[in-house]
Write a protein that binds this ligand. Structure first.
Ligand SMILES: [Zn+2]
Length: 271
């Protein structure tokens, strides 16, 4: 998301908004100011907070959250079509268009128009992963939740997500079931090092992307989504634990002392 924000900043900073075309009306989470009120405003910069993209205007800002299936198409020039999977289209002088659309059946991408000084959904976000506040949390918190759970909790730390959580635990050689409170100081330090290294490498990889603006990363994960493939560090077959909404990938040899964790999907097949 950071790399996407950087690309969009290059594209639209300094340009003024010439049109806003809401396509899926439920995706706009605010009603005041109305979309037409931001037409004519100039974009100061595009940034990121957690998984939100923030388009900062002279006054106020537009926030977007792409969720799982959302993506942004750059249109040069801006089009006028209203495809079924469309969420909203912003037009800028240039002319350039940003068309937000969604894949899949779960319609969860959203956007907000916020007045100056209003944070909306950002109020609920925890610190950024590379902040001193989060480093202090990792080193000192008595939080008893599993590390994988708290890394995915946007109120604990903003913007990490599942893929990076898998890769971070693999890097730190920690089981997906490990609780933060159970770690020694040394393990906490190596977890913190792994968090910073994995996120930094992810950003470097994303910065190399060209062309469209996909939100699905995938091709640079170390272990996430690679169940059945060999561990890039030791060659052991990677395993997964499946949950309702996601799955956790890990290497038994590197992370769980060779133990295979029970997987619901597997036991359902065996039943
Ligand atoms: Zn391994």
């Amino acid at each position: 998301m950071q790399a996407l924000a950087e690309r969009l900043d290059d594209l639209i900073a300094g340009k003024s908004i010439t049109g806003v075309q809401p396509i899926q009306f439920s995706a706009l989470k605010t009603f005041d100011p109305p979309p037409e009120a931001i037409v004519g405003h100039t974009v100061k910069r595009v940034g990121r907070r957690g998984k939100f993209l923030s388009v900062e205007l002279e006054e106020g800002r537009i926030l977007t959250h792409l969720s799982q299936g959302g993506r942004i198409d750059v249109e040069k020039p801006s089009k006028a079509t209203r495809p079924k999977n469309g969420v909203v289209r912003f037009s800028f002088d240039g002319p350039v268009g940003l068309f937000i659309k969604e894949f899949g059946t779960e319609r969860k991408a959203g956007w907000w128009i916020l007045k100056s000084g209003v944070n909306g959904p950002l109020d609920k976000l925890g610190p950024e992963a590379n902040s001193d506040a989060f480093a202090g949390f990792i080193m000192e918190s008595p939080d008893r939740r599993r590390i994988h759970t708290l890394l995915r909790d946007q109120r604990t730390v903003a913007g990490v997500g599942r893929g990076y959580s898998d890769d971070i635990l693999h890097r730190a050689r920690l089981s997906p079931y490990t609780a933060l409170a159970a770690l020694t100081e040394e393990e906490r330090q190596s977890l913190l090092t792994a968090i910073n290294a994995v996120l930094d490498e992810g950003l470097q990889a994303e910065r190399k992307r060209k062309g469209g603006l996909p939100t699905k990363l995938g091709d640079h994960w170390i272990v996430h989504g690679r169940n059945g493939q060999p561990c890039p560090r030791c060659g052991e077959e990677l395993r997964r634990v499946s949950y309702e909404s996601h799955e956790v990938a890990y290497c038994p040899a590197c992370q769980t002392d060779g133990k295979i964790l029970a997987d619901r999907r597997m036991s359902r097949l065996l039943r």
